[in-house]
Ligand binder design. Sequence first.
Ligand SMILES: NC(=O)C1=CN([C@@H]2O[C@H](COP(=O)(O)OP(=O)(O)OC[C@H]3O[C@@H](n4cnc5c(N)ncnc54)[C@H](O)[C@@H]3O)[C@@H](O)[C@H]2O)C=CC1
Ligand SMILES: O=C(O)C(=O)CO
Length: 381
Amino acid sequence: MAKPIAIEVYNPNGKYRVVSTKSMPGTRWINLLIEQDCRVEICTQKKTILSVEDIIALIGDKCDGVIGQLTEDWGETLFAALSRAGGKAFSNMAVGYNNVDVNAANKHGVAVGNTPGVLTETTAELAASLSLAAARRIVESDQFMRAGLYDGWLPHLFVGNLLKGQTVGVIGAGRIGSAYARMMIIYFSQFLFVVIIACFVIAAYGEFLKANGEQPVTWKRAASMDEVLREADLISLHPILDKTTYHLINKESLATMKKEAILINCSRGPVVDEVALVEHLKQNPMFRVGLDVFEDEPYMKPGLADMKNAVVVPHIASASKWTREGMATLAALNVLGNIKGYPVWGDPNRVEPFFNENAPPPAASPSIVNAKALGLPVSKL
Ligand SMILES: NC(=O)C1=CN([C@@H]2O[C@H](COP(=O)(O)OP(=O)(O)OC[C@H]3O[C@@H](n4cnc5c(N)ncnc54)[C@H](O)[C@@H]3O)[C@@H](O)[C@H]2O)C=CC1
Ligand SMILES: O=C(O)C(=O)CO
């Protein structure tokens, strides 16, 4: 028999049973589900990462849909359990879905949702914050102050890198990478290497700078990743995690980078070979990193925590109130839309209509990554 697991229930008489494996910010997502006749069960078990067994117990014998988290292993076992319980909808409360085996979901006819767009700027802002924190050694300086070590201004004290006029490289210039690039254009970068970016933003800003007697910002699409690695002073990683990006940054790519470069990772930990990174940080004290994600989350590879040239934060890039509430809303609406038989929203890059608190959300699932594979209809709204 499955172990009992602590839950909180809203609208106990609702027709459809929707389970959330975690409590999520805000109440809009709960209200939207309740208004559409869902019984909402939220797991309150005091355990940060739920195991597959825990989630099987939560799914139980009858479950119409599950909202899950990026820390969970959504593979064959869970999709089979959800399908046995009559469920046809799952949504990650995240844009990244490398924790989900989409082929297994397809096999069991389960729609897989994610939460794009609402976290784009929030995540890019953290990448920009880490860029500044690493360049100007803010965390080291803070620790120094708190340790009572400051005994007066000195010419060499915590000297870091000036970013103005430097070359910024973006690897994975999708929604978040492009937003980061836009943020960094303003002021810092003399040169931007990106794969895709709205060049008119740069051109217009260049005109503005010229009108003020300053050097315009320029950009180019790098011919290869090697070119970005060799030439950039600051590189920010924003690709998806899949087999093409696993250890994209490794011993060789680190060796290609400038000795005083800064590397930022707000994508997924395994995009960087963290063991090689620790070694590189040891050998190159002027090389700096800002990391939001880690290869074996929640753990850091041995030695990383001791490196003064690393700024490390616990996967908080999307952690603004508005964004986290929006992610919860998108995840709930992905599941609800499938339960109600709504079509899939046509453009996952344009999900703003779902965040208007003063109007009902469109009758569509905002973002279903396997909509095509499952042959789900697309909304004409
Ligand atoms: N640290 C955090 O809290 C957060 C992390 N993320 C991560 O950021 C990722 C990107 O999110 P979005 O920008 O919304 O996705 P997106 O799909 O708009 O962008 C991903 C980009 O990666 C590029 N890409 C794919 N394979 C590549 C390769 N081999 N080399 C270089 N680039 C490659 C794609 O062309 C695309 O431009 C998510 O998949 C997620 O893993 C997202 C939000 C918050
Ligand atoms: O959305 C994601 O992919 C995250 O990592 C958390 O915001």
